[in-house]
Design a protein around this ligand. Structure first.
Ligand code: HXC
Length: 517
């Protein structure tokens, strides 16, 4: 064999060794837990055969605790680039088979390298987390490595989409990288995110809690709102990430891809002319409306189990990606509260950062009253949503279906928050407050003096409702651009979005605003 062939053979062997990560036994252990390895995950995430791995021969440099005896090619993370639906993406996947995927100085360098490339090329970064946290043997170098990653997460925010998949442990300060990214997905029953694990919790607070109860997927999907998506299996999780990317542009200077639309743009949806119940207190399901108006009923919901009184997610109109924000009358009557406001605000800001138009469907009775909300800072949280809509410069199309009262009317993308097209269904009630509350304020004295106070108040309420509980009062002032037939909503939204394609609006130059965090 020639010298050159010998060297090529050596390379092939080294590459094969690197691809085994922590070795066959560790891979078997990973599989026995029902989990895939880092490379298997990347292979499923990317278009077949598109992965180009980088830094396969990187090794850690630690000499503490006998680490100099233990080396694995590539260290604990697999990094590189590939495509999803033919579009460039950068990836890193922590390799649990190597020191439990724990973060070393060199791992951080590998991750930072792909993040830097992603920024230079203007392409999304996807990180798959499955790690025991900081490589304990490396001490402060591992911490510095995390900080380098966080700093890049912050710089990349609003420039390229950043997505985190949590497919195992993500604990301690490590949680802050996913938290800084745009979307987090957790697998059910096999992924955990917490700042301090159950043992430390027990020592510090005396609380007995399992990993699942403390930071499992369902906790973060329903209680904390930390995760945006959950998946029953790793396959489902990876396919959700692929689907999500289809709605997003590559970076903040591009538009999301426009798909060929197979759903007629002028499709009339007769059922919408009869969907609003006669009684204003009776709910209906906002999902039915979203499903009826978007392309082929396809809706990728974000945070579907958190603050269900507001619905957020991606859909398409005539092939164009949009962010949908809608009150859900079926849950807490669609009221805005602290969690719903925060959920909506972050989504609106994501869409605005990445040039994705906003379609807002309004049926909101107001903000949730009471000490629970006030003590929780609903004033600040509500202001976040208000701020997000007010600063957004992307096309904003709003359709009011039924209630739109008081402060919540303003917050939900009203005309004065630079709403571009504000439509209302004839069933809309756009007013400063509901009839019952209004007459309480206006006629308390009159009722006390009336022969039949109840009849007096009912008469006044009917008078108020007739005057204000409709869309025409707002339309009279131009606050509503048109009152539309419900069954025609899809077409009217598409027309509005077409009109707004060349919209140009710039906010005043500033370092950055001071959103009420
Ligand atoms: C070095 C680690 C490690 C770590 C795991 N390993 N975590 N090595 N540093 N942080 C190694 C284990 O020693 C083991 O090596 C292999 O990875 C697999 O781990 P197991 O424990 O056998 O796996 P499993 O039973 O599945 O348990 C997984 C685990 C557990 C729950 C994640 O490994 C664990 O509790 N790890 C420590 C978690 C932790 O406390 N991290 C905090 C670090 S401080 P061998 O050679 O036996 O196969 C921190 C601060 C970050 O993260 C701050 C950032 C700003």
């Amino acid at each position: 064999m020639s010298n050159q062939l010998e060297k090529v053979r050596e390379l092939i062997e080294l590459r094969a060794k690197a691809r085994l990560g922590g070795g066959e036994k560790a891979i078997e252990k990973q599989h026995a837990k029902g989990k895939y390895t880092a490379r298997e995950r990347i292979a499923q995430l990317l278009d077949e055969g598109s992965f180009e791995e980088l830094d396969m021969f990187v090794e850690h440099r630690c000499t503490n605790f006998g680490q100099e005896q233990k080396h694995f090619l590539g260290d604990g993370v697999v990094t590189g680039y590939g495509t999803i639906e033919g579009r460039l993406v950068y990836v890193f996947a922590q390799d649990f088979t190597v020191f439990g995927g724990s973060l070393s100085e060199t791992m951080s360098l590998k991750i930072c390298k792909v993040m830097d490339k992603a920024m230079k090329m203007g392409a999304p970064v996807i990180g798959i987390n499955d790690s025991g946290g900081a490589r304990i043997q490396e001490g402060i170098n591992a911490l510095a490595g995390y900080a380098e990653i966080f700093q890049r997460n912050i710089m990349a925010s609003g420039v390229i989409p950043q997505i985190s998949g949590i497919f195992g442990h993500c604990a301690g300060g490590a949680v802050y990288s996913p938290a800084l990214t745009d979307f987090t997905l957790m697998t059910e029953g096999s992924s955990y995110m917490f700042l301090t694990g159950p043992k430390v919790v027990k020592t510090v607070t005396g609380e007995d809690v399992t990993q699942e109860e403390l930071g499992g997927a369902s906790v973060h999907a329903t209680k904390s709102g930390v995760t945006h998506f959950t998946a029953a299996t790793e396959e489902e999780g990876l396919s959700t990430i692929r689907r999500l990317l289809g709605f997003l542009p590559q970076n903040n200077l591009e538009e999301a891809p426009i798909l060929n639309c197979t759903d007629p743009i002028d499709r009339l949806e007769d059922s919408l002319n009869e969907i609003i119940p006669d009684s204003p207190n009776k709910p209906y399901d906002m999902y039915e409306i979203i499903g009826a108006i978007v392309d082929n009923g396809e809706f990728l919901e974000v945070q579907q189990d958190y603050a269900k009184n507001i619905i957020i997610g991606f859909a398409r109109f005539n092939g164009q990606s949009v962010g949908v924000v809608a009150n859900q009358p079926k849950f807490l009557a669609g009221v805005l509260d602290s969690n719903a406001s925060r959920k909506g605000a972050r989504f609106v800001r994501f869409c605005d950062a990445f040039n994705i138009p906003l379609v807002t469907l309004v049926d909101v009775p107001g903000f949730l009253p009471g000490t629970g909300q006030e003590y929780n800072g609903v004033i600040l949280h509500g202001a976040k949503l208000l701020y997000a809509y007010g600063e957004a410069t992307v096309p904003k199309v709003t359709v009011t279906l039924r209630k739109s009262y008081g402060g919540s009317h303003i917050v939900m993308s009203c005309k004065q928050l630079r709403g571009d097209m504000n439509y209302a269904w004839p069933t809309s009630e756009i007013a400063v407050m509901g009839g019952a509350g209004a007459v309480e304020v206006l006629y308390a004295k009159g009722a006390a003096e009336a022969a039949d106070p109840a009849a007096f108040m009912a008469e006044k309420e009917a008078e108020y409702t007739k005057l204000f509980a409709n869309p025409y009062n707002a339309a009279k002032y131009g606050y509503i651009d048109d009152v539309i037939e419900p069954r025609n909503t899809r077409f009217r939204i598409i027309r509005a979005l077409q009109q707004l394609q060349t919209k140009k609006l710039l906010n005043p130059a500033k370092k950055h605003g001071n959103i009420p965090l």
